[in-house]
Unconditional design. Structure first.
Length: 295
C-alpha cells in the first residue's frame, strides 16, 4: 500500500476572539488560504490548535468546520488523542463519523505509561475506531517516547495504524523506523527545522507549524524535494530557517499566533495558561517575517 500522506501538512492554529470564543470565520478563512497555497493536508485541534483548552463540543465543532471548509480538496486529519483511552476513542469515533481522512493521536501525557501501556492504548483505539491512525510521538510534551519496537508491533498488529508524526528531533529515528516497519509506513516530521534531514533519512512529509504562516513556501519546499530539485529545495530550506526558529522562541502556539496577527490572518489571543508572548519574542518573530519576505 502506498504512503497515505506526503508533503506539507499544516497543524492549524485556532483563531480566538478577546473573550476566548473561537472565531469560526477566521478559522475557515485560514483553511481556504492553506488549500489555495498548496498545502497537502490539514491537522486541526492538535497542540498548535490549543486542544488542551478546548471542551469536547468545541473540539468537535472545529473538526466539522475544517472538513466543511476543505470541501474534500485535501485530507483533514484532526487531533483526537488524550491521556484517557476512553476519551481518545470518543474523539476518534467523532472524527471518523465527520468524514476525516485519518486521526492524529498524541501519546498519553502526564500519566506516563510504559511501552506496554502505549501499545495497549493505541491497540484499543484501533480496535474501537474505523479510521486510519497516526501516532503522535512527542516526548518533549508527553514525557514518554514510543520505541521503534513498540511502533513496529502496533503497525504489525493493527493495520489501521498507518504512520507517525515524529517530534523526537532524533534524526536517526526515521531511518530506524523505515527499516523496522517498511517504506510504506507514513513518517511525518513534527519538527520544522529538521525537515531536510528527516526527508533524507526516509521521511515523507511534515505536520508543520510554520506552514500556518508560510503555506506556499512550505508546500514548494516539499514539491522541490519530491521533484528532486535539490537547488530549489536548499534555497527554500535556508529561507525558512529563521522563521522556524522564531516560531518556537516561546511555547507554541504563542509565536505563530502573533505572526498570524502581523499578517492580518487572525488575532493573537490564546486561552490561559498560555499568555501573550514577550516583547523580545515579538521582535524576533517580526524580524523573521521580514527576513523571509513575508512582511
Amino acid at each position: 500500500m502506498p504512503v497515505m500522506f506526503t508533503g506539507s501538512l499544516t497543524a492549524l492554529i485556532t483563531p480566538m476572539r478577546a473573550d476566548g470564543a473561537i472565531d469560526a470565520q477566521k478559522f475557515q478563512d485560514l483553511v481556504r488560504r492553506q488549500i489555495d497555497e498548496g498545502t497537502s493536508g490539514l491537522v486541526p485541534v492538535g497542540t498548535t490548535g490549543e486542544s488542551p483548552t478546548l471542551d469536547h463540543a468545541e473540539h468537535e465543532r472545529l473538526i466539522d468546520l475544517c472538513i466543511e471548509a476543505a470541501e474534500g480538496k485535501v485530507p483533514v486529519i484532526p487531533g483526537t488523542g488524550s491521556n484517557s483511552t476512553a476519551e481518545a476513542i470518543s474523539l476518534t469515533r467523532y472524527a471518523a463519523k465527520a468524514g476525516a481522512a485519518a486521526a492524529l493521536l498524541v501519546s498519553p501525557y502526564y500519566n506516563k505509561p510504559t511501552q506496554e501501556g502505549l501499545y495497549r492504548h493505541y491497540a484499543a483505539i484501533a480496535s474501537a475506531c474505523d479510521i486510519p491512525l497516526i501516532i503522535y510521538n512527542i516526548p518533549g510534551r508527553s514525557i514518554v517516547d514510543m520505541s521503534v519496537a513498540t511502533m513496529a508491533r502496533l503497525a504489525r498488529d493493527c493495520p489501521s495504524v498507518i504512520g507517525v508524526k515524529d517530534a523526537t528531533a532524533k534524526l536517526e529515528r526515521p531511518l530506524e523506523t523505515r527499516l523496522a516497519i517498511g517504506p510504506d509506513f507514513c513518517q511525518l516530521s513534527g519538527e520544522d527545522a529538521t525537515i531536510a534531514a528527516f526527508l533524507a533519512q526516509g521521511g515523507h512529509g511534515c505536520i508543520s507549524v510554520t506552514s500556518n504562516i508560510a503555506p506556499g513556501l512550505c508546500a514548494q519546499l516539499h514539491q522541490a524535494w519530491q521533484q528532486n530539485d535539490r537547488e530549489k529545495f536548499a534555497t527554500l530550506r535556508d529561507r525558512l530557517m529563521p522563521l522556524h526558529a522564531a516560531l518556537f522562541c516561546e511555547s507554541s502556539p504563542g509565536p505563530v499566533k502573533y505572526a498570524a496577527s502581523l499578517l492580518g490572518l487572525c488575532e493573537a489571543h490564546m486561552r490561559l495558561p498560555l499568555t501573550e508572548i514577550a516583547e523580545d519574542s515579538k521582535r524576533q518573530v517580526r524580524e523573521a517575517l521580514v527576513r523571509t519576505g513575508l512582511l
